[in-house]
Design a protein around this ligand. Structure first.
Ligand SMILES: *Cc1c(COP(=O)(O)O)cnc(C)c1O
Length: 380
């Protein structure tokens, strides 16, 4: 019976079809690629300058600096603040325990110490009360990650940062388009890092990233740091790196930025349908206080039988993923953090499952995902 049903099912529901997203704009993307090829200018030219202006304006922040990827964006913010004297070696940076490894890597690469804090289990984001409890004499910064696309509690974190004179940095790599009272991710902290990895809400056709900030001194420092520490050719203010957003990616991103609002709106619509349609005693749907706060990079549910649910969905042709299976403090890369006990974080990593979501996910596919979730029978 089941076999017959499976054979008559339409094609699989992919987790995210990046090719289909770009195919919708293929003519425009190819035209601007040709423009860049013909221009003869491939690094630090007009396309980058224009994208930086347009992306800064979209975020509602005065400065954007294009860099090679999201990890470099985070790392160069911290490096810039070190260069400006606001951070020093061995200083502590509060980070969420449950995040992608890049949030930690940016901190430790600058010889700063990541101090992981347990999340709020409903929003998956930093819990301001736990952040307050983790602030000590060496704490100099809070790195808020808008995990899965949902804005962290920025008013509360900003108040803590002000009170304790800490830097507040946003890892907005998943949150293009999340907002609070019309203010977008990237506009809350001292500086924010975005990623344009192809699968992010605003994806390049390769790697890319940006630092956005209202702090003109930091913007200037990061612009130099990304380019060998240089503002004027062959004069080097800092021991910088080479991490630039190239002309081709900048031009492609300018095209895709035009469609970002519509794409985020579609993600919200998919999420609304999941939240209205999925009804299962063992599936906990993601909590969100207000619609605009979530840009739905990922739709992450919790289930105590996560692996069985994932297999069940796979049997129905539905591709899901786990973000993330192992928390940073348990990774082989961080033996110095293995002694930490973060029970909530560890439990989340065992229970979270990400359903397909994206701007090209059709209504029929959404209906199939909902039906398959509701038909899940927990193992005894
Ligand atoms: C993707 C991501 C990054 C890193 O961005 P890359 O462009 O892949 O280097 C950093 N933080 C978070 C939360 C991310 O999801």
């Amino acid at each position: 019976m089941d076999g017959v049903l499976l054979r008559t099912e339409p094609a699989d529901v992919p987790f995210l079809d990046v090719g289909a997203i770009n195919a919708r704009h293929a003519d425009e993307l190819k035209a601007v690629a040709a423009r860049v090829i013909d221009s003869g200018r491939y690094v630090l030219g007009e396309e980058l300058a224009a994208f930086e202006r347009e992306f800064a304006a979209w975020c509602g922040v005065p400065h954007a600096v294009g860099v090679g990827n999201g990890l470099d964006a985070l790392a160069l913010i911290l490096r810039g603040y070190k260069q400006l004297g606001a951070l020093g070696e061995g200083d502590e940076v509060i980070v969420p325990g449950n995040t992608f490894i890049a949030s930690f890597l940016a901190v430790s690469a600058n010889r700063l110490l990541p101090v992981p804090v347990e999340p709020d289990p409903l929003s998956f984001n930093l819990d301001p009360a736990r952040v307050a409890a983790a602030i000590g004499p060496r704490t100099r910064a809070i790195m808020a990650v808008h995990l899965y696309g949902q804005l962290a509690d920025m008013p509360a974190l900003a108040a803590l940062a002000r009170q304790h004179r800490l830097l507040l940095i946003e890892d907005a790599a998943q949150a293009h388009g999340a907002a609070c009272d019309g203010r977008r991710a990237g506009a809350f902290g001292d500086a924010a890092a975005f990623s344009f990895f192809p699968a992010k809400n605003l994806g390049a056709l390769g790697d890319g990233g940006a630092v956005v900030t209202a702090d003109a001194r930091l913007a200037r420092a990061v612009a130099a740091l990304r380019n060998y520490g240089s503002e004027v050719k062959y004069r080097h203010l800092f021991q910088g790196v080479n991490s630039r957003l190239d002309e081709l990616q900048a031009a492609l991103l300018r095209v895709k930025l035009k469609y970002l609002d519509d794409e985020v709106a579609w993600r919200r619509r998919v999420a609304r349908r999941y939240r209205d349609g999925i009804r299962h005693a063992q599936i906990r749907l993601p909590g969100v206080a207000r619609e605009e706060q979530h840009a739905w990079h990922l739709f992450v549910l919790r289930c105590p039988h996560r692996d069985a649910l994932q297999q069940h969905l796979q049997a129905h042709g539905i591709h899901s993923q786990v973000h993330y299976p192992v928390p940073p403090h348990r990774q082989p890369a961080y033996p110095e953090l293995h002694h930490l006990s973060l029970p909530l974080t560890e439990r989340l990593h065992e229970e979270v499952l990400s359903l397909p979501i994206g701007p090209t996910l059709g209504e029929d596919a959404v209906a199939r995902v909902i039906a398959a979730c509701n038909a899940f029978r927990c193992p005894p």
